[in-house]
Write a protein that binds this ligand. Structure first.
Ligand code: ATP
Ligand code: MG
Length: 390
């Protein structure tokens, strides 16, 4: 799939804009603060209905205006256009091929997008919430059921937290019903995350070796915050030894989810956890506390990796997701690379350009001379100077 056109109204620093885009490489360049990342943000908004910068919807409205509108024209895809409108104070609408969609989850999967930005490096350097965000923004695009499970899970956790705050001695029956629901949806989330991370690990380790010219290893493992499940995983090997999605038939998948649910439910009802929950006034285990274990050459990347190693690992994770999305959907996602290549040496630039050549790609950089390796193989490059778009 490719984005052929981008139309903006009152989005960030753009009052009105209509851009035609190339199906292969697009380089958006111009001085700092001129609106390069804003263009990527607008396009990615049509993938997941939210900002990849975790900005709130009103922040994307051009200063002094009441709302914004973003429209992407799309080719080689099942839909031809996606529009996201937002009007203050809280009215968001999504229109696919002229038809309003009622729920955000119906947007997922229509336009597949993957983003790499300076923020993505924080996925490997910062706290676990960014790693969960990484899992969520891609798993939601791959599976509407995953998004639904996440919504339901959060809803039941919120209900439980409310009770925990209000009552020092929650009603055991009410509590058990909530735990049953939390375990049902939490088990689905844990299963999907585990098999997704298994593919990320398998593919990212190969890419990382390629980027580093076969000199370093990368491994990624899913660390569920369900104590007995994690203990079971660690007993049978390491978090990196997860089963592949293809090793489950539909029936086996259901059975495994049911099994994880049982483990989670029993942890949730254990005396120790219940006591801690009452003490802290909130739920203390589950998907909202999951993490990823990211290591290079057997060492924790976050603690021991250099800047360049962390950057290369974050790129490898992103490119792994790209391949997973292509393999599972049979379609080619659009790739948004914000400020990626300019800091890499020529060889790494060429390696990345090689890995991404079959995708429509949007690069941003402050000066286009930094990306001299793009189009070196004859692929036409569409240069967009943001300074001329104002
Ligand atoms: N809601 C808004 N309304 C109007 N202008 C905005 C809004 N939000 C951000 N801006 C402007 O957008 C600009 C930042 O845009 P963006 O982040 O896309 O820049 P950039 O070209 O990517 O810069 P850099 O090279 O530093 O990454 C700033 O000048 C900021 O003032
Ligand atoms: Mg930027």
């Amino acid at each position: 799939m490719v984005i052929t056109e981008l139309e903006l109204h009152n989005f960030r620093n753009y009052q009105s804009l209509n851009l035609e885009l190339s199906k292969s490489i697009n380089v958006i360049y111009g001085k700092n603060g001129y609106g390069k990342t804003n263009l990527l943000e607008a396009m990615f908004l049509c993938c997941i209905g939210k900002s990849f910068r975790a900005a709130k919807d009103p922040e994307m409205i051009r200063y002094g205006e009441e709302g914004f509108s973003v429209r992407t024209g799309i080719a080689e895809n099942s839909c031809g256009s996606i529009r996201v409108n937002y009007t203050k104070p809280k009215s968001k609408s999504i229109v696919i091929d002229g038809v309003y969609v009622e729920k955000l989850r119906f947007l997922f999967g229509n336009l597949l997008g993957i983003v790499f930005s300076p923020e993505s490096i924080r996925t490997v350097t910062d706290g676990p919430d960014l790693r969960r965000r990484f899992l969520n923004i891609y798993l939601c695009q791959l599976s509407r059921d995953y998004y639904f499970s996440l919504m339901m899970y959060n809803k039941f956790c919120e209900e439980k937290n409310k009770i925990l705050i209000e009552k020092s001695r929650p009603d055991p029956i009410e509590f058990e019903v909530l735990n049953e629901n939390i375990a049902t949806y939490g088990a689905k989330i844990a299963f999907e995350r585990r098999i997704f991370v298994e593919s990320v690990n398998r593919i990212a380790s190969g890419i990382y070796r390629f980027i580093t010219d076969e000199t370093e290893d990368l491994s990624v493992g899913y660390v569920p915050n369900i104590p007995s499940f994690l203990e079971e995983i660690r007993k049978s090997g390491s978090v990196n030894d997860a089963p592949a999605a293809s090793s489950f038939t539909e029936k086996e998948k259901e059975a495994e989810i049911e099994r994880i649910k049982g483990v989670f439910f029993s942890d949730l009802n254990s005396e120790k956890i219940v006591r801690r929950e009452i003490e802290y006034g909130r739920s203390v285990i589950g998907s909202q506390k999951d993490d990823l274990d990211i290591s290079f050459n057997g060492m924790n990347l976050r603690s021991f990796g250099s800047q360049g190693q962390k950057r290369s690992a974050a790129i490898a994770l992103t490119l792994a997701v790209l391949e997973i999305m292509k393999n599972t959907t049979g379609r080619t996602p659009v790739l948004f690379l914000d400020d990626v290549l300019s800091e890499l040496d020529d060889r790494r630039q060429r390696n990345i350009a090689e890995l991404t050549k079959e995708y429509q790609t949007f690069y941003t950089c402050a000066g286009n001379e930094n990306l001299r390796n793009l189009g070196a193989d004859g692929t036409p490059v569409n240069y967009i100077n943001v300074e001329k778009l104002r």
